[in-house]
Design a protein around this ligand. Structure first.
Ligand code: NAD
Length: 271
């Protein structure tokens, strides 16, 4: 299970404030990252997609003693203006941003990428999963006068073909490129921008992909460590990249997938 670990506590994020975008439930990668950052002393503003999610997200946020929650739909400029204004009004400035948001329609996440990608589906996947990060990077950088750090979440389907991942693989490739360009633009302001490429994990997003469970199984069986990608590893990488431990790291796509990404051929049966 995603939630059966206790994040190590400490002071690595003490005095730092930031925004975590993309908690939908207790299995969300954003929630694992938020728990880890909070256990190291961070103060967090949580954005959630809409009223329906608030009911699920509020008890989680309150369980770690926090209450700063703001609705934000990344496709709606007015909603994004209001969310970042709320953070600016309350804190003035921030130190970090976690972008853990993606979407593509179920029809697109199956079968043939060539056959199933519509113009509207492509536009929506790119808008929600890629443009939103560029938009957030701009908005967040405007309230990071003392520098800071940002991360987004990606997957191996950006670099290699993965069945059913289809248009989302295309979007993740663009997201990884956007990470490098944002890192280039914001580096001179002392803002480090990086991406974490996580192995397949059991979340709502994975459930939207045809064969998602098998992606997890293959990820485990082919991996170097022969284990599922664990939330504590992803959250630990986020802590490293967002805290001062991550000094000098920018424009990086850091894999947390039990080594799956380096495998060209899986273990062979004995001859
Ligand atoms: P999740 O479903 O818990 O999180 C996805 C989030 O995106 C949800 O909170 C949802 O509300 C949000 N979202 C979608 N459309 C939005 C919109 N218009 N406005 C605001 N928010 C919106 O699933 P997750 O697996 O935790 O996904 C988080 C990130 O991690 C995504 O970028 C995903 O592609 C990436 N990722 C997931 C895996 C995996 O196997 N689960 C692996 C690698 C990368």
């Amino acid at each position: 299970m995603a939630d059966d670990w206790t994040p190590p506590s400490g002071d690595l994020m003490k005095g730092k404030r930031g925004i975590v975008m993309g908690v939908a439930n207790q299995n969300s990668i954003a929630w694992g990252i938020a728990r880890q950052l909070a256990a190291q002393g961070a103060e967090i503003a949580f954005t959630y997609q809409g009223e329906n999610l608030e009911r699920r997200v509020r008890p989680l946020v309150e369980s770690i003693g926090m209450d700063f929650m703001i609705p934000a739909d990344v496709t709606d400029d007015a909603s994004m203006d209001a969310a970042f204004d709320a953070v600016k009004d309350k804190w003035g400035k921030i130190d970090f941003l976690v972008h853990s948001i993606a979407f593509a329609g179920k029809d697109e996440l199956q079968g043939s990428m060539v056959a199933n990608t519509t113009r509207e589906g492509f536009r929506r996947a790119m808008d929600i999963s890629v443009y939103s990060f560029i938009d957030c990077a701009r908005r967040a950088s405007e309230i990071m006068p003392d520098g800071g750090a940002m991360i987004c979440m990606t997957y191996l389907g950006a670099e290699r073909t993965v069945p059913s991942y289809n248009v989302m693989g295309v979007a993740k490739a663009a997201l990884e490129a956007a990470t490098r360009y944002a890192a280039r633009d914001l580096g001179p302001q002392g803002i480090r921008v990086n991406a974490i490429s996580a192995g397949a994990m059991r979340t709502l997003s994975l459930a939207g992909i045809r064969g998602g469970k098998s992606l997890m199984g293959t990820g485990r069986d082919w991996s170097l460590l022969k284990e599922d990608t664990r939330m504590e590893g992803v959250a630990g990488a986020a802590l490293y990249l967002l805290s001062d431990l991550g000094h000098s790291v920018a424009g990086e796509v850091h894999h947390v997938d039990a080594g799956f990404h380096v495998v060209g051929v899986p273990d062979l049966p004995e001859d």
